[in-house]
Each structure stands twice: as C-alpha cells, then as structure tokens.
Design a binder for this molecule. Structure first.
Ligand SMILES: Cc1cc2nc3c(=O)[nH]c(=O)nc-3n(C[C@H](O)[C@H](O)[C@H](O)COP(=O)(O)OP(=O)(O)OC[C@H]3O[C@@H](n4cnc5c(N)ncnc54)[C@H](O)[C@@H]3O)c2cc1C
Length: 421
C-alpha cells in the first residue's frame, strides 16, 4: 500500500486553516488542508441563526479581500462563511472537505508524523492544528442534573422558537450570552441574565467603531501576561445595526439582571452578591476606553466630533440596587436555561508531546514545544486578536515563516569539495 506524503498538513478549514493555506502557498510550501465538514462550517451551522459579526466588515476580514456591500455594516454568519469559501477559491487552496483527522503521532524511526484520517493514512513532516478556539461548549458542574427544564449550551441555541413557552435564564453575559438574552427578550420572553466580570466597550465613540479604537490604541496587540488568566469576556454586539451593550437599558425593558450563578437546589437557584461589582467593572472598562480615546484625539489633534452623551448613565434598575440572591425557577416560570459559559478545545486526536500537565498546548506564538507541530487560532496565541478573523491571518504568517525557515535548514548541504583549503 502506498502512503500519501506531504510536507505540511493543516487540520481544519475555518478562517485559521484558510489563512494558513494562503501563507504556505505564498512561500511554496507543499501542503494540504483537511476539513471534516465544509469550509468555515462553524460560521455556517455552529452559530445561532441571527448572528452577525461583532466587528464591521472593513475590520473583521483578511487583508486581501473586502466583503461585498457596505464596509461599515456587520455581515451575517452566512456572508462570513461565503467570504472564506471565496477566499479559498481565490488562490485555489488545497482543501479537502469531508475528511476527519483521527490521530497524529510522531514517527519513531524517521522524521515526521503519521496521520490517520477518515480517508486513509498520510505522512506529513509538519502538522498544524487549526481546529478552532471554540470547539466544545463548556457547561459548569453546578448545572442541575434534571430534565424538568430544557438546558442547552449557547452553541446549541439557534432561535427563540426552539425553546418551550416560558421565561428563560441565560447564564453568562459575554457577547454570546448578552446577544441571545436580548434576542429572547425582543421575542417577548421574560429573561433572567446572570452576569460575571466582563469588558464592555462602547460600540462606537466620536465617530469611530471600538475596533478602530482598540487598533489605534494598540489594545488588539496586547500580549497575554499570564497564561490561563487572560480571558475576560467582551460584551459587544453588531446586531440590529450595532449598539453598545447597556445592561441598565436591558433591565429597563424588563430583563432581570443577576450576579454570578452559585448553585442549584431542586427548583431554587442562588447567586453571588457580585452583580453591582461586575456591572461596575464593565462600566469602568467602558469609561477607560472613552478616556483613552479622548486623550488620543487630544494628543494627535484629530478632528473628531465630541460625544458627551456617551458618558450618560441610565439610573440603576431595581435588580441592581436590590439584587436577587435566590430565585425559585418554578415560581418565575423559567422553562429553559441557556449556558453561555464559554468553550474548550479538543486535541484528543493530536497524540504528540506538545501539551502541559493540564493538557493545554505549550507553544510560543503557535510554534509548539514538539518540533513540527503548530497551533493556530487559539485565544491569545500571540495577542488579544489571535482568535479573531484579522488576527489569525497575522499569526498564520508567522507560522508559515517559521516553516519556511525550518525547510531552508533542511535544504542545506555541506559540500566539502567546494571548500578551498
Ligand atoms: C458566537 C461567536 C461569534 C464570533 N464572532 C466573531 C466576529 O464577529 N469576528 C471575529 O473576528 N471573530 C468572531 N468569533 C471568533 C472566531 O472568529 C470564530 O470562532 C472562528 O470560527 C474561529 O475560526 P477557526 O478557523 O480558528 O476555527 P473554526 O471556525 O472552529 O474552524 C475549525 C475547523 O476545524 C475543523 N475540525 C476540527 N477538528 C477536526 C479534525 N479532527 N479533522 C478535520 N477537521 C477538523 C472543524 O470542522 C472546523 O471547520 C466568534 C466566535 C463565536 C463563538
């Protein structure tokens, strides 16, 4: 049996795999990309129906292709998937869809890796894991083990019609949780939203979207200082044309805000008394960005319109001043719980020595401690923007450069006959 061989094998054809393939193509690195579903499948079927991008089209894209349409709008999830499909076609990316990678192991007696896939075995000198930052929804162990209410992770939520009649509790208020809670409230549901610590940038300020401010202020390029402590969820939304998340406004419209969810006991659920603190943390983050933007405008004498109304704060709603610490779900009519509590990665297919004792990838800017193995697309891989569309493109460039340099070392031959004595 002949085994197919390739220099570099990329696993996954989301935005990370497509970006990786572009950079490898530019550097003439022979490679293939294996994708178990379709290109950008997560954008196609792994997100709720009404999802639009959190950043405007001019920003959340790769440098070499614009989105069709208004650059200041927020493309919907299908437009994003189409964008990556067209992008891959543009340079004829060698992507094979419908092929799952089951196992990767380092060869014992020769360089490279043996890769078992759903369509046979491949030998590769290098393997790049581009299998996504948000693979499996995480539901914390406090979740009640009961079937009396419908429970799902935000990754399984598509639209309000999916849920039984009644009130909904959404746990987690990052961009997924708060957008889902808002959609459910707009659909006429009573919503309870449990809020932890979060960043809450203004959607725009003084004529510039927050993605612009984070860019010019160097905040997208922030590096993780302490691995494991870097993730603070961002409450932001491009929905309904884009707006700042304002928890007080959501409460004014009838949403009950709650602190961190502590425990479930039959039909009762308890909450930490940290709601005011968490809201204040987000408010502080919001104001800090306005202050930094004002200072930037002043220092550079930019002609951007003043926007004092951005600093106006609505009165605190009752649920903030008199926080609910215990809720009887039956009495409140809560029939569903949505856990918008984040994701984890799954590298069970990657059986190489590239992980720490907590099974987390060990790498520097994606170059792992196992020579020949690379990670791409992980949150904070090199900087804050690493798991976002524009950020992954730059990380992919770094990895492709690293591979080209390694290949040039291996191409080097010492020719003693050419040496002068
Ligand atoms: C709700 C939500 C909204 C987001 N909105 C934005 C936004 O507005 N702007 C932005 O920049 N970012 C956004 N992100 C973040 C990020 O851009 C997306 O998560 C994006 O899908 C990550 O791309 P990726 O290529 O790294 O991973 P994925 O899109 O997850 O792609 C990985 C691919 O690998 C494949 N795969 C996995 N395992 C295997 C295997 N063993 N064999 C073969 N194939 C495999 C999967 O099928 C998948 O297609 C959002 C994330 C979420 C969850």
């Amino acid at each position: 049996m002949t085994i197919e061989t390739i220099d570099t094998l990329v696993v996954g054809a989301g935005q990370a795999g497509v970006a990786m393939s572009e950079h490898l193509t530019k550097l003439d690195v022979p490679h293939i990309v294996l994708e178990r579903d379709r290109i950008a499948e997560k954008w196609r079927t792994g997100r709720w129906d009404s999802l639009v991008m959190n950043g405007p089209a001019w920003h959340d894209r790769f440098p070499n292709l614009d989105f069709d349409g208004d650059p200041d709008e927020f493309p919907n999830k299908d437009q994003v998937a189409d964008y990556f499909e067209s992008y891959a076609k543009k340079f004829n990316a060698p992507i094979r869809t419908g092929v799952e990678v089951h196992n990767v192991e380092r060869n014992n007696d020769r360089p490279g890796f043996t890769v078992e896939t759903s369509k046979g075995v491949i030998e590769a000198q290098r393997v790049i894991a581009a299998t996504g930052p948000f693979q499996e929804g995480v539901i914390p162990p406090i979740a009640p083990n009961s079937h009396s209410r419908k429970q799902m992770h935000s990754a399984e939520y598509y639209n309000p019609e999916q849920l039984p009649e009644g009130a909904v509790m959404v746990i987690g208020a990052g961009s997924s949780g708060v957008q889902i809670a808002d959609e459910l409230q707009r659909s006429g549901r009573k919503v309870y939203l449990s809020i932890g610590s979060h960043n809450r940038p203004p959607r725009s300020y003084r004529g510039r979207d927050f993605v612009w401010w984070l860019g010019v202020l160097g905040l997208w390029d922030l590096e993780a200082t302490q691995p494991g402590t870097e993730h603070v969820t961002i409450a932001v939304s491009g929905a309904y044309g884009g707006h700042s998340i304002d928890f007080r406004k959501l409460a004014q419209k009838g949403m009950t805000l709650l602190g961190l969810t502590k425990a479930f006991d039959n039909h009762k659920v308890t909450f930490e008394s940290d709601l005011a603190e968490n809201i204040a943390f987000g408010d502080n983050n919001y104001t800090e960005l306005l202050d930094a933007a004002d200072a930037y405008i002043e220092r550079n004498k930019l002609d951007l319109p003043e926007e004092p109304e951005a600093r106006k704060v609505l009165p605190d709603p009752d649920c903030l001043t008199n926080p609910v610490l215990e809720l009887d779900l039956d009495k409140a009519g809560v029939t569903s719980i949505i856990w918008a509590t984040g994701y984890k990665v799954d590298f069970s297919w990657l059986n190489v020595n590239a992980f720490d004792d907590k099974n987390q990838p060990r790498h520097q800017r994606g170059v792992s401690i196992e020579p020949g193995v690379y990670f791409l697309g992980l949150p904070w891989l090199s900087r804050r923007g690493s798991s976002f569309i524009w950020g992954v493109w730059h990380d992919a460039k770094h990895i492709a450069d690293h591979i080209a340099i390694q290949r040039s070392y291996l191409d080097y031959h010492y020719d003693a006959t050419q040496r002068k004595t």
